[in-house]
Design a protein. Structure first.
Length: 276
């Protein structure tokens, strides 16, 4: 039965394609790719003649029907615009489809912006929390980072040139992030590796083109300022209405899921301030 090859490709420098990836891409009859225009540059560079098919239909939906029909009779290589498939892209849908039809899935490892950035960040490698591209909605962004902060590991996100300033300002305002690692255009001619104050990062990458990887580490649990102001108000109102502290704290913990010790510290601060 034909196999599906998940092939890692360069994230910028075309010379980063592995020997094994070149061999597989040359041997398969079909290559499914995220953007055929981008992939064609890579295939032309290595004189690879395999037939190229987009993973999207003209209406932008996933081209799963063509994919599974071709896979029934032919080996397929699956690649994305850059890096290792399955990280912030639709590869998982095709992997699940192939597996459900009984096909073997074979990994052809390659470059990843995630691991490449983390390797030069200087953060300890005991683990990390990868969030990919943040959602657009403010509340959604706040909620996903609040949950990530509780894991207490370096947090890695991807960002586009259109949103880099907005995201840096958001991290500073909502979470009080002071220092941050930023990798811009990894492996490309205009690669820029930055670690320092977030205010300097905002100045450095203002209106800059390219793809970004951001890494920051919450040295202590620090939840969104907007969220904490909301719960502070509940604490203040409850305190002034005479609700017992223990009941009030448990109410906030049940509502938010936030660590009880953090709510307790804010409760003491509010209580002391009110008594003064």
């Amino acid at each position: 039965m034909p196999s599906l090859y998940i092939v890692g490709t360069p994230i910028g420098n075309l010379e980063d394609l592995t020997f094994r990836a070149k061999k597989i891409l040359s041997e398969v009859e079909y290559i499914f790719s995220e953007d055929t225009r981008v992939t064609k540059k890579l295939l032309d560079r290595y004189d690879i003649k395999s037939k190229l098919i987009s993973i999207y239909k003209p209406n932008k939906t996933l081209n799963t029907s063509s994919f599974i029909n071709i896979l029934e009779k032919n080996n397929i290589a699956f690649i994305t615009d850059a890096g290792t498939p399955g990280i912030s892209d639709p590869a998982s849908e095709f992997v699940k489809l192939a597996r459900n039809h009984g096909h073997k899935i074979i990994s052809i490892p390659g470059v990843s912006a995630l691991t490449s950035a983390f390797s030069v960040s200087g953060f300890e490698s005991k683990g990390l929390t990868f969030l990919g591209f943040l959602p657009k909605g403010l509340n959604q962004k706040i909620n996903i980072i609040n949950k990530a902060i509780e894991i207490f590991l370096p947090i890695v996100i991807y960002e586009s040139p259109k949103r880099i300033n907005e995201t840096l300002e958001f991290l500073k305002k909502e979470f009080g992030i002071e220092k941050i690692f930023v990798a811009k255009e990894l492996t490309k001619f205009y690669e820029n590796i930055f670690y320092g104050k977030i205010d300097d990062a905002i100045k450095e990458f203002s209106n800059k083109k390219g793809e970004f990887v951001l890494i920051f580490y919450p040295e202590k649990p620090k939840y969104s300022n907007s969220l904490m102001k909301k719960y502070d108000k509940i604490l203040i109102d409850g305190y002034r209405k005479g609700i017992k502290g223990k009941e009030l704290l448990q109410l906030i913990v049940d509502l938010s899921g936030i660590n009880k010790s953090i709510i307790y510290d804010r409760w003491l601060h509010i209580k002391d301030k009110d008594e003064k």
